[in-house]
Design a protein around this ligand. Structure first.
Ligand code: GDD
Ligand code: MG
Length: 397
């Protein structure tokens, strides 16, 4: 594929945030020697190079009671070399939707001869493995992993570490377009290819997120993203003294990280997880506070924002849900140790305007789980390793 090279980079301590890079060509043809200067402004990334990264990547699909046809479509878009890990929080009681997901996945893996794992978020063995390894932070009073997409993501990070993968990418299960899913993974691989640091994060920005009414309107920005990006950029601008609009992906649900980086970050509950990842990077490596990890600081943390060609089409959950996303996301900015008076005022003004808080109120403190790096992965593997066989969708593997 061909992607714009990182032409402008904002530096914040040891963090390098690259300006949005557009995909120019989904398929750039056969591998061949490049002409002089061909790779200066635009990077041609060969199929083989992309595959090398896909092989080391696990793609995690968090799902909760999604339509099976959508889930199957998403799976079908994931390049063959990637390992698939579906973390499901679907209902098991009245109708066993998890069982239906299992059946769908088994059939799919049987015919495509590929490996996929399906783990239920409420699987008692998963909770036992986490607790045994010393990570109780996402476990509820009932002794099981809490509800929430973020909680599923954190559990997936541990499983990816156990499976000795190098990269982890997330893709929502409610995507209508397998071609877009395919492109997200290509962008993840392209980002890791371009990164000069092993501590890298790739965040997807959609060219369009169409709205269907009478006809289709190819909208680019959602309300939540616009507001969250504005506040996130204010936090950086005031700290560096230079106004910036570099961050365009505060809420990017579709994103990937090297596991080295994933191990260092702290994670907010539910839908605040994506902005909190950035906050965590800025707090720990922005240079305002002591560096959280010397080796990572030496390499630098590199953030890519890649704009896809495919429009993003997913389930519309209505306007109330948007408010549920705005408040916790902005709360992570508001309660950050880096957030000063001016940005706090900006956050409060936005929340008041959207009727997400009442006058005089503050956003609630986010629930934050600490970095996974200190977990005893051997202990986790001891409990979860054998159990994974029963989570495999491909028989005989
Ligand atoms: N495992 C698991 N556990 N998955 C869940 C849970 C849960 O408790 N709750 C939701 N999911 C799954 C959904 O099935 C879907 O595949 C994905 O997580 C995202 O949930 P949506 O409800 O579709 O969220 P959204 O579309 O409003 O928001 C998405 O995009 C935002 C950016 O625009 C999410 O990815 C957000 O995190 C993201 O900020
Ligand atoms: Mg969605």
């Amino acid at each position: 594929m061909r992607v714009e090279g990182p032409r402008y980079t904002e530096r914040f301590g040891a963090v390098r945030i690259n300006e949005v890079q557009k995909v120019l060509e989904l398929d750039s043809g056969r591998a061949r020697e490049l002409t002089p200067y061909e790779n200066v402004a635009v990077q041609k990334i060969e199929e083989g190079a992309i595959k090398d990264f896909e092989e080391k990547m696990v793609i995690v699909i968090p799902t909760k009671d999604e339509k099976l046809k959508l889930l199957e479509g998403v799976i079908s878009g994931i390049p063959h070399e990637c390992l698939i890990l579906v973390v499901s929080n679907s209902q098991r009681k009245r109708i066993d939707r998890f069982k239906m997901e299992q059946d769908t996945l088994r059939q799919y893996c049987h015919f495509t001869r590929r490996q996929a794992y399906l783990v239920h978020q409420k699987d008692p063995v998963l909770a036992k493995a986490l607790a045994g390894a010393g990570y109780n932070h996402i476990i509820d009073q009932d002794g099981l992993v809490r509800d929430g997409k973020a909680e599923g993501m954190i559990a997936a990070i541990f499983i990816a570490m156990m499976m000795k993968k190098d990269y982890i990418g997330f893709i929502d299960a409610d995507n209508f377009s397998p071609g877009a899913v395919w492109e997200y993974v290509k962008c993840y691989a392209a980002g890791f290819y371009m990164s000069r640091s092993p501590y890298a994060m790739i965040r997807i920005i959609w060219r369009y997120k169409p709205k269907f009414g009478e006809g289709v309107y190819f909208r680019k920005w959602g309300r939540v993203s616009e507001v969250t990006n504005r506040c996130m950029n204010s936090l950086i601008s005031i700290r560096t003294g230079f106004e910036t609009d570099i961050v365009k992906t505060s809420n990017a649900g579709e994103h990937a990280m090297s596991l080295k980086l994933a191990g260092l970050l702290s994670y907010a509950s539910r839908f605040a997880v994506e902005p909190q990842e950035l906050i965590s990077i800025f707090e720990d490596f922005g240079g305002v506070m002591p560096m959280a990890c010397k080796t990572a600081a030496k390499h630098g943390i590199e953030i890519f924002q890649i704009e896809t060609r495919n429009p993003h089409l997913h389930e519309d959950r209505g306007t109330e849900h948007l408010k549920d996303m705005l408040l916790p996301g902005l709360a992570t900015i508001y309660h950050s140790r880096l957030c000063e008076k001016e940005t706090k005022e900006k956050v409060l003004a936005e929340l008041l305007q959207q009727n997400a808080i009442n006058p005089g109120e503050e956003p609630p403190m986010p629930q934050i789980s600490p970095p996974p790096k200190n977990i005893d992965i051997q202990k986790f593997t001891k409990v979860m390793g054998r159990h994974m066989e029963s989570c495999s969708a491909l028989e005989g593997k």
